[in-house]
Ligand binder design. Structure first.
Ligand code: FE2
Ligand code: FE2
Length: 355
C-alpha cells in the first residue's frame, strides 16, 4: 500500500502557514508506479484516509526534530534529536538542498545568509556527519560567483560534499558544461556516479536536463537510457542486503505531475532497485518535505535552505512562497540521515533552521 504525506509540522501548526495536508493510503490515489494525477492529489487531500489523527500526532513532533525510523515500511518515531546522539551510529550524513545562491526575490533576498545558518546548524551537531550531500540547485543561475559563494559557505562545515545538479545548475549556455567542469569530475555521462561508505551504496542520479527557458518543466523529468543502463550495471552484482541511498534532484516518484514534480522513466530505475532490502531516495527541487513508502523503497523530498515553494494546488505553476516576517526559518532546513548499527534502514531527522 502506498502512503505519502507531508511530514512537516510547519504545515499543521495553523496561523498563516499552509494548511493543506495531502495524505493518501490508497492505491487508488498513489498507484503502483508512484504516479498521482492532479485530480487524485486533490481528492486525496479531502479524504485523508490514513489515520489522519495519528499522522498529525507524529507530524507535530517533526518541527522540533524527531528521529524517524523507517522500518518495515511504517515510519515510527524513536525519540528526539538528543536521543539520537546517544545511539551508536554506523554512519551519519547530512542532506542539504536548493541553496539557490543568486536568488534575490522577496521570498528570501539573502539565501547566502540562510545557507550560512544551515551550515552553522551542522557545525553545532553533537554527532558530526561523515559528509554532506547537496541535492541540487546550489546556484540560482549557474554563475561561477554563485558557486564560489556557496562553496565558501558550505566549506565552513569542513566536510566533503557530494553534489548532484539541479536544473538551476545546468543553466549555462552549454547546458551543464560549467557544472560538470566544477562538480562533475570523475562522474559518468552527464554527472551520475556511485560510491560506497560503511557498507552503504550511494547513487547520484541526474534528471535535470530538458527544462525550458525560465526553468519551466517541459513535463516530467527524465533519467534517459544511457543513465538507466549504467544504473542497471552498477547495481547488478551487489548483494540485496546492501543498503542503497539514491540521490536525485527532481523527485523520482510523481509528487505532482501538473508541475513536473516527478520522473517519467523512474519506474525502470525502481525495477533494478526493488530487490534490495533498504532503498532510501533523497530528492530536492520542490522545497518542501513529502514522504512516500513503497515496499522497501522510501522517498523523501527535502526542505530548501533558501525559500519554500508553493504546495501542490490548482495554480498553473509553482512559485516561491513568501511567508510572514520572522517565519522563514521554519520553512527551511537540513536533514540528518543515520544508519544505525544492526539495522539496514536509516533514521531520518528533518530539522528546520528556526529550531
Ligand atoms: Fe530549487
Ligand atoms: Fe530545482
Amino acid at each position: 500500500m502506498g502512503v505519502w504525506a507531508i511530514a512537516s509540522a510547519d504545515r499543521i501548526a495553523g496561523g498563516n502557514k499552509p494548511s493543506r495536508i495531502p495524505v493518501s493510503g490508497s492505491e487508488t490515489h498513489a498507484n503502483r508506479e508512484g504516479k498521482m494525477s492532479d485530480t487524485d492529489e486533490i481528492t486525496a487531500r479531502a479524504e485523508t484516509g490514513v489515520s489522519r489523527r495519528g499522522l498529525l500526532k507524529c507530524m507535530s513532533w517533526a518541527g522540533t526534530g524527531v528521529l524517524w525510523s523507517l522500518s518495515g515500511g511504517v515510519p515510527k518515531t524513536l525519540g528526539l534529536i538528543g536521543d539520537a546522539a546517544a545511539a551508536t551510529n554506523q554512519l551519519t550524513f547530512v542532506q542539504i538542498s536548493d541553496s539557490h545562491i543568486g536568488f534575490h526575490l522577496p521570498a528570501n533576498p539573502n539565501p547566502a545568509a540562510t545557507l550560512g545558518k544551515a551550515i552553522g546548524k551542522i557545525k553545532g551537531m553533537t554527532a558530526q556527519p561523515a559528509f554532506l550531500v547537496h541535492t541540487g540547485d546550489v546556484s540560482h543561475t549557474s554563475k561561477q560567483e554563485q558557486w564560489d559563494t556557496a562553496d565558501q559557505i558550505i566549506g565552513g562545515a569542513g566536510k566533503q560534499v557530494f553534489h548532484i545538479p539541479g536544473e538551476h545548475d545546468v543553466a549555462d549556455v552549454d547546458n551543464g558544461k560549467a557544472y560538470l567542469a566544477r562538480y562533475g569530475k570523475g562522474t559518468k555521462g552527464r554527472g551520475w556516479y556511485s560510491f560506497d561508505v560503511a557498507g552503504v551504496h550511494f547513487v547520484g542520479l541526474v534528471n535535470v536536463y530538458g527544462f525550458l527557458p525560465g526553468f519551466k518543466p517541459s513535463g516530467l523529468a527524465q533519467l534517459g537510457n544511457d543513465q538507466l543502463e549504467w544504473l542497471e550495471k552498477d547495481l547488478a552484482h551487489r548483494s540485496a542486503s546492501t543498503p542503497i541511498v539514491v540521490m536525485a534532484h527532481v523527485p523520482l516518484w510523481t509528487v505532482y505531475e501538473k508541475w513536473g514534480w516527478g520522473t517519467v522513466d523512474a519506474g525502470q530505475a525502481f525495477s533494478y532497485l526493488k530487490r534490495f532490502g533498504s532503498v532510501t531516495v533523497l530528492n530536492g527541487h520542490i522545497h518542501q518535505i513529502f514522504q512516500k513508502v513503497e515496499g522497501n523503497i522510501t522517498f523523501h523530498t527535502a526542505r530548501s535552505t533558501a525559500f519554500p515553494l508553493t504546495p501542490p494546488g490548482p495554480e498553473p505553476h509553482f512559485s516561491p512562497l513568501k511567508v510572514a516576517a520572522g517565519e522563514l526559518g521554519q520553512y527551511l532546513g537540513i536533514r540528518t540521515v543515520d544508519f544505525v548499527r544492526r539495522s539496514g534502514m536509516p533514521a531520518l531527522t528533518d530539522a528546520p533552521l528556526a529550531a
